[in-house]
Design a protein around this ligand. Structure first.
Ligand code: FES
Length: 56
């Protein structure tokens, strides 16, 4: 499922970034571009990121 339409970032991609060491929205934005345009995806992306961090 696409989380960020502007940058075509999926939930799977976010999980992969966490597996590769991403630990914050700032890092996620830096490596995927997520949230760098309209910003509408940031709330959902933040939830996915934190869920993944809890699981890792
Ligand atoms: Fe992510 Fe627009 S949907 S920046």
């Amino acid at each position: 499922m696409y989380v960020c339409l502007c940058k075509a970032v999926t939930d799977k991609a976010i999980k992969q970034h966490v597996a590769n060491g991403v630990r914050s929205m700032r890092e996620l934005r830096a490596c995927s571009g997520l949230g760098s345009q309209c910003g509408q995806c940031t709330c959902q992306a933040n939830q996915i990121l934190h869920n993944e961090l809890v699981l890792t």
